[in-house]
Design a binder for this molecule. Structure first.
Ligand SMILES: [Zn+2]
Length: 660
């Protein structure tokens, strides 16, 4: 996922708790941080069983490996019974904003006496549960709702049960589902897409919603005629007449990689194993912008081994898409804000493609080790960009990333536990742990190790890492052990001199972090110095600057800037009218900080049109700093909010203290 930038959000600590009633439980439960004073709540099924999260992960997903740390964000207990295959049969009802149908789960019993299957659900209407042939009903209980986590679904099963079928429907406000009206989608038809990471799959599929469990899947999806349905699976490239689509996903994936999109979508080929889906009017533009995707695949394979997922397609979604991209296997979901018209923002494609190795192939066992997904992916993203566009280009990305990291460390404080790579997110929404730490501190650790052992050896190590742990889950402890055994131990004392444990388990940034320099940015810094000394912007030498040069420039201008100087910048470089969302975002932030009012209309348009959280969160945060700004923010937000994804809404609600 390309998300980050949530650093200024208040952390959500679970208020209250839940009664832990173990009607069906047989095993002792570790004390979950989510627990607390028992408080009776309404809506409990008679005799309702609630289980503490923290069971998932133990030995799950990878039977041969040492038990992983328990997953504090799942009620499931895959060490007892694990889901190994999923069959979905779902109907998509746009007017009711509902998915309904059946999830059939094939089980793999890990302990012979297991008599209960625990699934994760949130806001699901569970109608009926049957076993095996679908005729025998199974008793089930829903646990009390726990903030963020939803409700456990405990299904009584005779030991050795192979199939469980859950008939259910989703809620109209299911957090993983965004239902766009035609106006919001910019389409003649409405559009639906999912976002399951981190723990939102449970809002549209009853499942073992932990990255420690992998399942293959099949699906039948019924949509109205005229729509194309797509999943993180083998996909159609054209609409069917009857609106019925069949999907097959032969590689096992964790639940957070379940994905569905439905809309008036069209497809265009990029190569024999890569293509682009988008709304018809966006398709040509998207295909042009993303034309280097096949070359990126070739570069990544040369470094890290074969691409193991069959096809690699991209789906360019409408602007309300909350993230930069999401690495749904076989079908990356992407924001249209990368369509800059000059291919300057395609590092996002390199990022999502890199997840085909780091994340999708070797997967963080739970969200405390999110850095194993994202830090590796940022590192690989830059290696792919270097292979295609040269070292200067990759160095620019690394230097911009380092600045993001320093900003985040400053905001959080270098002694904040949230600046560790290995996080403690128990009792919190894992989305709250998403920051540049996982991405940039993680990538910087790998860059630092690479510098210490040499690129050739490090590349060989990473290739072996992906081959060894393909389709398995990974946590920090096991990674460190593998890194030491297969790379660092041949250099006596290296793990200690790198201060490896400090990198992962201590806050802040170790002194051993290397500094990447960008020759290209030296020129930008000269321009900034000249501007600071009074040179009019029009006289600066900006020939050949691309998006990243401009970002370096905008982010490092002297502060504050008088209105006349802001106006001078704007009239020289037309920032307020730029069609490049990345540059516009940096400019609007600068405009807010310097109260440059002529950008106000562009800010309002941007906040209403774009739903990418990375842009919106800092802009609303900046607005909220003054009473007048907060008033403006609330006025704009009231209009923009219905078009934002629930994930974006949750972030902005907190910033503005929004109450419906
Ligand atoms: Zn990512």
């Amino acid at each position: 996922m390309r998300a980050f930038e949530l650093s200024t959000l208040a952390l959500t600590v679970l208020a209250g708790g839940m009664p832990w009633l173990f009607a069906c439980a047989s095993a002792p439960h570790p004390a979950a941080t989510a627990s607390g004073a028992a408080t009776a709540r309404g809506g409990v099924a008679p005799g309702g069983a609630a289980v503490a999260p923290g069971q998932a992960g133990a030995g799950a997903g990878d039977a041969s490996a040492a038990p992983a740390e328990a997953d504090p964000h799942s009620f499931s207990r895959p060490s007892e019974v694990a889901v190994e295959h999923l069959i979905l049969d779902l109907s998509v009802d746009f007017p009711a904003r509902r998915l309904s149908g059946r999830a059939s789960l094939r089980l793999h019993s890990k302990s012979s006496g297991a008599d209960t299957l625990y699934l994760d659900t949130r806001d699901l209407d569970i109608q009926r549960v049957t076993l095996e042939d679908g005729k025998t009903e199974a008793p089930f209980t829903l646990g009390d709702p726990v903030p963020h986590l939803g409700r456990s679904l405990a299904i009584r099963i005779p030991p050795g049960t192979t199939w469980v079928h859950v008939d259910y429907a989703t809620a109209p406000d299911a957090a993983a589902l965004q239902w766009l009206t035609p106006a919001q989608a910019g389409s003649a038809l409405p559009l639906l897409f999912t976002q399951s990471e981190a723990i939102l799959a449970r809002t549209w599929v009853p499942c073992q919603d932990t990255p420690a469990v992998r399942q293959t899947y099949e699906a039948t999806v019924r949509v109205p005629p005229g729509f194309l349905a797509l999943m993180s699976a083998e996909n159609p490239t054209a609409k069917t007449a009857d609106g019925i689509y069949h999907f097959r996903m032969p590689q096992p994936v964790p639940s957070y990689l379940l994905a569905l999109a439905v809309g008036d979508l069209a497809w265009k080929q990029l190569s024999n194993r890569s293509g682009v889906y988008a709304l018809p009017e966006t398709l040509e533009r998207a295909a042009w912008e993303l034309a280097d995707t096949p070359r990126m695949m070739a570069a990544a394979e040369k470094l890290y081994g074969p691409y193991r997922w069959g096809r690699y397609d991209l789906l360019v979604l409408p602007p309300s898409y909350p993230y930069g991209g999401m690495e749904n296997p076989r079908l990356t979901f992407a924001t249209p804000t990368i369509l800059a018209g000059d291919r300057s923002l395609v590092s996002l494609v390199a990022h999502e493609l890199a997840h085909s190795w780091s994340g999708n192939l070797v997967t963080n066992a739970n969200w405390n080790d999110f850095w194993l997904n994202e830090g590796f992916t940022v590192y690989i993203e830059r290696r792919i960009m270097e292979a295609l566009y040269g070292k200067d280009y990759a160095d620019m990305l690394a230097v911009l990333g380092r600045q993001d990291l320093e900003d985040t460390l400053r905001e959080k404080g270098t002694d904040s536990p949230d600046t560790r790579l290995h996080l403690d997110l128990a009792g919190r929404d894992p989305d709250d742990g998403v920051s540049d730490i996982a991405y940039e501190k993680g990538a910087l650790l790998l860059t630092t190790v690479e510098a210490a052992v040499g690129r050739e050896r490090f590349d060989r190590f990473l290739r072996g890492y992906f081959d060894t742990f393909a389709f398995q889950s990974m946590d920090s402890r096991r990674f460190v052990a593998y890194l030491k055994a297969h790379l660092l131990d041949t250099h006596p004392g290296l793990a200690e001199s790198l201060r490896l444990d400090d990198w992962i388990y201590a806050p802040g940034l170790p002194q051993t972090a290397i500094t990447v320099r960008s020759a290209a940015f030296a020129r930008i810094d000269q321009a900034i110095a000249a501007f600071a000394a009074g040179t009019p912007p029009a006289q600066l030498d900006t020939k050949g600057w691309t998006t990243h040069h401009w970002l370096r420039f905008l982010r490092n201008l002297p502060q504050p800037l008088a209105p006349a100087r802001m106006a001078d910048l704007d009239s020289s470089f037309h920032f307020t009218d730029t069609g490049n969302d990345e540059i516009l975002d940096a400019w609007l932030l600068l405009a807010l900080r310097n109260t440059y009012e002529p950008a106000g209309a562009a800010l309002e348009r941007f906040l209403i049109a774009v739903g990418r959280r990375k842009y919106l969160q800092p802009l609303y945060t900046e607005l909220a700093k003054t009473p007048a700004g907060a008033e403006t923010a609330l006025r704009i937000y009231a209009q923009a909010r219905p078009g934002y994804h629930p994930i974006t809404r949750a972030a902005i609600d907190k910033i503005l203290d929004w109450r419906e």
